[in-house]
Design a protein around this ligand. Structure first.
Ligand code: FRU
Length: 456
């Protein structure tokens, strides 16, 4: 059955069939979140990139739409002039003059591989797209690798900014992000370049601890790693070292929504290199997260939490104990008797007298399942080959875990540390276990929520 296969994500976006990679053109307009994505309509492997398209009103339930952007110059080549990654904005004041009816024009800035940065536009809320007659808007210099334009409005300077992954002069040592300015969205002037980044740049500001008088800028690369700093519209000045946004194996090509309601900064990523044996599709998106900037003992950090509309998927609350405080749990699986393939576990664990504890999911009498474990002495959380440093706060570790049919996302300590991983659990294995080794674990709270399919 469609969208019900063994490794088919039930609450993450995936294409019905064929290959998908990066999220593209994330923009909110007229009640809809648009999700475009790198898509190969010809098969289940990378190549022949088009922009696939889906929309959502809540960032959780997605409706598939026809392909939005096709390769340029009628190319049927696997690479040449195909539609690589980029971003989208709403042309609210019709600066481009491309508006035809009552809807604002949606503008998509994308890389036509080897054929420059290009503009496509839509007059019907993203349903159909035309190519701008003056393309390319930024031609590619010979011998250069240039891609993944992300465009946003810079209010203090009254101009737009475009950040672009670039290898100036084809020199690998200079690889990084170039910053361009424009006042008409089609003529772009090079301003500056920051080295040390690879692919899919994003640049935005966030209020520190929710205080809008303390805005800080973050410049992100493809793997989500970022530096915090100052931005004057033309130059980004780093004020921090490079920080990790995700410790998992399958988190890449991050992008945040343009024009999201209430100034929210919402991010999604492609779960790179994920495996889906025997499936008609390859690729899924991470679950959308809201970003915020929080002071930590190590300095300000970007924090990620699953968007609140996830609660629309809540099924049964599968808390057998119905107790919130279970002191001194020892060899006592509180998750015994709970069965699920797709669920959210939230828990607060006091690790004062524990050496190691963990949660094992998707297990059965025959299958060992997949272990998420915390080593109290080393202060390391491990899951599916990913490891991340994680210090208890007042002896407590807080976990928020999303388990889908082919992925596990772990948000630790209120989203300060995150692991995004793909896995291929055994069919029908739906037991789970909370365990402790060497010492007791104090469970302050524990809740399991069934998550319903978004495709039904
Ligand atoms: C990142 C990326 C982008 C490029 C796209 C091509 O995964 O390599 O830099 O635009 O994929 O599909």
């Amino acid at each position: 059955k469609t969208y019900d296969e063994l490794y088919r994500p039930q609450f993450h976006f995936s294409p019905e069939k064929n290959w998908m990679n990066d999220p593209d053109g994330l923009v909110y307009y007229d009640g809809e979140y648009h999700l475009f994505y790198q898509y190969n309509p010809n098969g289940n492997e990378w190549g022949y990139m088009h922009w696939g398209h889906a929309v959502s009103t809540d960032l959780v339930h997605w409706k598939n739409l026809p392909i939005a952007i096709y390769p340029d110059n009628n190319s049927t080549d696997k690479v040449k002039c195909t539609a690589w990654s980029g971003s989208a904005i709403v042309d609210k004041n019709n600066i481009t003059g491309l508006q035809e009816g009552n809807y604002k024009t949606l503008l998509a800035f994308y890389t036509s591989r080897g054929c420059g940065q290009r503009l496509a536009y839509s007059n019907d809320k993203g349903r159909t797209w035309k190519k701008y007659a003056g393309n390319p808007i930024i031609p590619e210099a010979p011998g250069e690798e240039t891609r993944d334009p992300k465009v946003f409005w810079y209010k203090p300077g009254n101009h737009w900014v475009l950040v672009l992954y670039r290898m100036p002069g084809g020199d690998k040592a200079k690889e990084g992000i170039s910053i361009y300015n424009s006042t008409d969205l089609v003529h772009w002037t090079f301003e500056s370049h920051v080295t040390g980044y690879y692919e899919c740049p994003d640049l935005f500001s966030l209020p520190l601890d929710g205080d809008s008088t303390k805005m800080k800028w973050a410049l992100l690369g493809g793997d989500g790693s970022y530096m915090l700093g100052d931005f004057d519209g033309k130059h980004f000045t780093p004020k921090s070292g490079k920080k990790v946004l995700d410790y998992g194996q399958n988190f890449y090509a991050t992008q945040t929504w343009s024009n999201a309601p209430d100034g929210k900064r919402i991010q999604i990523a492609w779960m790179r290199e994920s495996k889906y044996p025997g499936m008609p599709f390859t690729g899924q998106m991470s679950f959308p997260t809201e970003l915020s900037l929080k002071s930590t003992p190590d300095g300000p950090r970007i924090v990620r939490t699953p968007v609140g509309s996830i609660s629309s998927l809540y099924g049964k609350k599968m808390d057998k104990t119905d107790k919130n405080i279970i002191p001194g749990l020892k060899n006592n699986n509180l998750l015994k008797g709970i069965h699920s393939e797709c669920f959210r576990i939230t828990g607060v664990f006091d690790v004062k007298s524990s050496n190691m504890f963990g949660i094992t999911v998707r297990k059965s009498r025959k299958d060992a399942g997949t272990e998420i474990s915390y080593d109290v002495k080393r202060q390391v959380l491990t899951s599916i080959g990913s490891q991340m440093p994680l210090a208890p706060v007042n002896n407590k570790i807080k976990l928020d875990i999303l388990v889908d049919r082919a992925s596990i996302e772990i948000f630790a300590n209120n989203g300060e540390k995150v692991i995004t991983d793909n896995f291929t659990p055994a069919e029908k294995a739906d037991d789970m276990e909370l365990w402790t080794r060497g010492g007791e674990i104090m469970v302050d709270s524990l809740e399991v929520r069934e998550l319903k399919s978004i495709w039904k």
